[in-house]
Design a protein around this ligand. Structure first.
Ligand code: 5GP
Ligand code: MG
Length: 180
């Protein structure tokens, strides 16, 4: 694994390797496949951050499924802004569908709390959440993901789809902010 990554004004150090990520996603893919076999779940991946995780997770599932993408934003730089905006919305009917949300990271839980409530009003058969990362120490909303890749400390991370002001999404490994 390579060493420091510099993005804008900050340095990030290695945290979770691509191999560790792959192994965990294969496990989650098996769990989801067992649970949703024959139910043709609809994955809803949250852009931008979850695009890499979503691509790997759906390929780790060997059942019939569909995937669509939506875009929500709340983050600016290193901090959540508090307001959730829907930039690209749902364009399919989810009534009676089994929904599996694919998210990159749950921090305060605000984004997912807001989105869950929106989805519930559309009468899906079920809603599950698969998040690659969660920061239990930062949670402020009652979010309990069914599938969690890694529980991590409350520290800003980049790579594997996650960015710092637009940069860093292309790294295969996950890095966290280097303390000085
Ligand atoms: P929440 O609404 O749970 O506070 O924040 C969720 C969103 O904030 C995530 O979907 C993600 O886009 C962004 N986010 C939260 N923590 C981090 C982080 O450590 N790194 C990056 N790059 N984005 C984060
Ligand atoms: Mg996100």
């Amino acid at each position: 694994m390579s060493k420091l990554v510099k993005l804008h004004d900050l340095s990030f150090e290695p945290f979770i390797t691509a191999a560790q990520i792959k192994q965990r996603i294969d496990e989650i893919g098996k769990e989801i496949s067992n649970k949703f076999e024959g139910q043709k779940p609809l994955f809803i991946a949250i852009l931008n951050g979850a695009f890499v995780f979503a691509a790997d997770l759906v390929r780790a599932c060997d059942i019939e499924s569909e995937i669509i993408f939506i875009r929500l934003t709340s983050y600016h730089g290193l901090e959540s802004s508090g307001t959730i905006k829907t930039v690209i919305g749902l364009d399919v009917d989810i009534k009676n569908r089994h929904i599996i949300i694919i998210e990159d990271i749950v921090d305060s839980g605000r984004t997912m709390h807001h989105f869950y409530n929106d989805l519930k009003e559309k009468s899906p058969a079920s809603i599950s959440l698969a998040t690659l990362l969660i920061k239990p120490g930062a949670l402020q909303f009652p979010i309990k993901p069914e599938y969690i890749g890694f529980e991590i400390p409350t520290k800003f991370v980049i790579g594997y789809g996650l960015d710092y002001d637009g940069l860093g999404r292309n790294y295969e490994d996950i890095y966290h902010l280097k303390e000085n």
